[in-house]
Design a binder for this molecule. Structure first.
Ligand code: NDP
Length: 258
């Protein structure tokens, strides 16, 4: 008889790294994995914010460790991941989540903002992904989840550079799948719609824009960060072992309708 693994979305005992998990979406994704039994490394550039998030999660019984490093720095990434591996062993689940936003009209966009966006949102996923996937390849298994955006599919004024990084994340996901699937690794992406976090604070504070999000989203509301956890547990667990190179939009239907 066919055996369906039980529990299906099992991540117990798995080691996970969620980049950019000191606040916002990353902190809730980290909590979702930890509550499901994974041991999770919490990351961000600010060591105090990382320590505070770890303390908060530990209070609710989560197994977490602090891994403060800058995901745009090749040396920082290498040292940070070495430390995690020394602490709990090799990483089974990588969530490339760290990212920033900069808004400006296209012709007024500065060189510095362009460089920062590419480094934070795209090069980071390459640097961390390459280092972690090399170790996953040696073990013949692993799950990589890259956090994209509906902005990889929809143009909006003022965020051409951000959209370019998220479009690239979708293609990085497919390219990584092509190289890594034969080595037993699944690489997929979650593309969130609009969620209220520090990154979108200016939009949340703009009543007209906030109304537009509600009207443009068939579900009629902004995303709640916990809405992303189900898709994450699916992609991080054996339930998705034959799902590879896919982008899952968690957006209340925004990209499904015009
Ligand atoms: P936040 O600004 O709330 O959090 C960003 C996190 O990333 C923080 O923990 C921040 O910590 C960390 N971070 C930023 N740069 C670096 C770096 N160089 N090295 C290490 N950590 C870093 O953003 P969100 O939670 O909203 O966004 C998370 C991800 O989700 C991003 O990739 C974003 O593009 C994506 N997303 C968000 C949406 C939304 O509506 N909020 C919609 C679609 C996608 P610190 O600053 O201390 O380093």
């Amino acid at each position: 008889m066919t055996t369906i693994p039980s529990p299906l979305f099992d991540v117990r005992g798995r080691v996970a790294l969620v980049t950019g998990s000191s606040r916002g979406i990353g902190s809730v994704l980290a909590r979702g994995l930890a509550q499901a039994g994974a041991r999770v490394a919490i990351n961000g550039r600010d060591p105090q914010a990382v320590a505070d998030t770890c303390a908060m999660l530990e209070k609710s019984g989560c197994d977490v460790c602090a891994a403060a490093f800058d995901v745009t720095s090749p040396d920082g990434v290498a040292a940070g991941i070495d430390r995690i591996e020394e602490w709990v062993g090799p990483i089974d689940i990588l969530v490339n989540n760290a990212g920033i936003q900069r808004r400006a009209h296209f012709t007024e966009f500065t060189d510095q903002d362009w460089t920062d966006l590419l480094a934070s949102n795209l090069t980071s996923a390459f640097l961390v992904g390459r280092r972690v996937a090399a170790s996953m390849e040696r073990r013949g298994s692993g799950k990589v989840i890259n956090i994209g955006s509906v902005q990889s599919m929809l143009g909006r004024p003022g965020i051409a550079a951000y959209a370019a990084t998220k479009g690239a994340i979708a293609m990085l996901t497919k390219g990584m799948c092509a190289d890594l699937a034969p080595r037993g690794i699944q690489v997929n992406s979650i593309a969130p719609g609009y969620f209220a976090t520090e990154l979108t604070q200016a939009l949340v504070d703009d009543p007209e824009f906030s109304r537009w999000v509600q009207q443009r989203t068939p579900a009629g509301r902004w995303g709640r960060v916990e809405d992303l956890v189900g898709a994450l547990l699916f992609l991080a667990s054996p339930a998705s072992d034959f799902v590879n190179g896919q982008v899952i939009y968690v957006d209340g239907g925004m990209t499904a309708v015009v």
